[in-house]
Write a new protein. Sequence first.
Length: 328
Amino acid sequence: MAAALLLAFANSAVAQSNVTLFGYLDEAVQMLTRADGHHASVSLTNYGQVMSQFGIRGAEDLGNGYQALFLINPFLLNGGQIAQTFVGISSPYGTVTLGEQKSILFEQALWFDPLLAGAYSAQSADVVPRYGFLISNSIKYKSVPWNGLTVNALLGLGDRPDGFSAGRTVEAAAEYDFRQFGITLAYQKVNADPQQEGPTMAGRTGTKLLGAGRYAFSRVTAYGGLEHSSGDMEPRRTMVWTGVRVDVTPALNLQAAVYRANIADDGGHPTLWVVGTSYSLSRRTSLYATLGHVVNAANAAQTVYAFDPEDVCGKTQTGLMLGMLHAF
């Protein structure tokens, strides 16, 4: 009898809920000059076009247009691991989620970059700080689209007992899409966390303002953006980028972009050039090649690869990735 009741309960839960396993497996051979600051290297990486990851997402229909949501989504970064996890409610008025979630600034930059979230992209150029694309202890809201306009907001609470402000993140964005045209404006303010970044950072803040747009001309989509960083957490910095994405055939596309930064306090003027191509073997599997070259004028020290910490101050660096991406 107990087994029958348990089975009936399980069948009821399945009928009302929708749970999906998903992920991306990305593996590439990377050839990189000055990989240690001086010498070239050839290596494997599991982040070329998309961070290798897997996840479980679920939704339960609560009726009247409401749904309960959850997501468990670890990212695998060459042996390390970080995870996006949240629960939330969607409604006719928008979606509210709570947990460790993607930065709104990261999401808005991603969709207005022809290289998307690739390892050679605006992420290399530090549009969002390395490992800063997830905001812990955050509350996030996304509106339903209204005549092409979508509004987003996020509050990262931090987790320090010595005050509400330490480690706090505030973000907001508005995106407007109309036919072939799209534009976004995004804002981020971060309060330093002295327990993680050192006592000298206490009371410091950093602000980022981002504006970007795109326009689709048949098979060609043009992109452009600007981000300005200010505050006393890092030198003032302005970055601009422009690029194109070309759908040559339904299976073959090409990407090209240039990212240029101007960093105050003698931080230099790095310029990153990227070209790439991908070819879909099927709906789920594609091959890709991406070539990146960075020129570090003056004291600039930008790397080609988004997660390369090596010192290339004042030097050039070139990277080439040949890889395969599989989605499931």
